[in-house]
Ligand binder design. Structure first.
Ligand code: ADP
Length: 155
């Protein structure tokens, strides 16, 4: 059974994340979308909101579960018997950052990181740009799954 963890902040989940997750589905039997909780980070959305956004986007998908975790990603993977980490790559900066982390994680735990290259249509999307748009009262709906943009509009 091939189980992967897709770790991230998902503050909020965007169409860029959705693209990576959907393309990861045929590769694994199960994908655990794992929201990392870092007490030092300030988030725009609470962990409950971020979890609900992801659950709503994937409510019909049986291979996906949504969890939260603290501490090292590799320790979390071990605790749920996941042998793979799924990550997306958008640009050279992502690659440089991810390369060191993936090599360290493999050294520490043997866990392999599987990278998917961003799709051309979503390569420019980031949660931080979405947050900037929302903070300034703009409309970010073209960058977000419908379930997320509808829920943001209602609040
Ligand atoms: P983190 O805080 O760990 O970077 P994010 O929620 O920003 O968490 O991202 C989680 C994962 O999703 C990362 O691997 C990131 O590269 C990937 N990702 C984010 N946006 C995109 C996108 N537009 N295309 C492809 N991958 C993306």
């Amino acid at each position: 059974m091939k189980k992967a963890v897709f770790p991230g902040s998902f503050d909020p989940i965007t169409l860029g994340h959705i693209d990576i997750i959907k393309r990861g589905l045929p590769l694994f039997d199960e994908i655990v979308i794992a929201i990392g909780i870092n007490a030092k980070k300030n988030y725009m959305f609470s962990v409950e909101e971020r979890k609900r956004f992801i659950q709503n986007a994937f409510f019909a998908e049986e291979k996906i579960t949504v969890e939260t975790y603290t501490g090292l990603t590799v320790d979390y993977c071990k605790s749920i018997d996941a042998d793979f980490i799924l990550r997306g790559l958008r640009n050279p900066a992502d690659f440089d950052f991810e390369k060191a982390i993936a090599q360290t994680n493999r050294k520490l735990s043997g866990i392999e990181t599987v990278f998917l290259l961003t799709s051309a249509e979503t390569s420019f999307i980031s949660s931080s740009i979405v947050r900037d748009i929302l903070r300034n009262g703009g409309d970010a709906s073209s960058l977000l799954p419908d379930s997320v943009s509808n829920s943001i509009k209602e609040n």
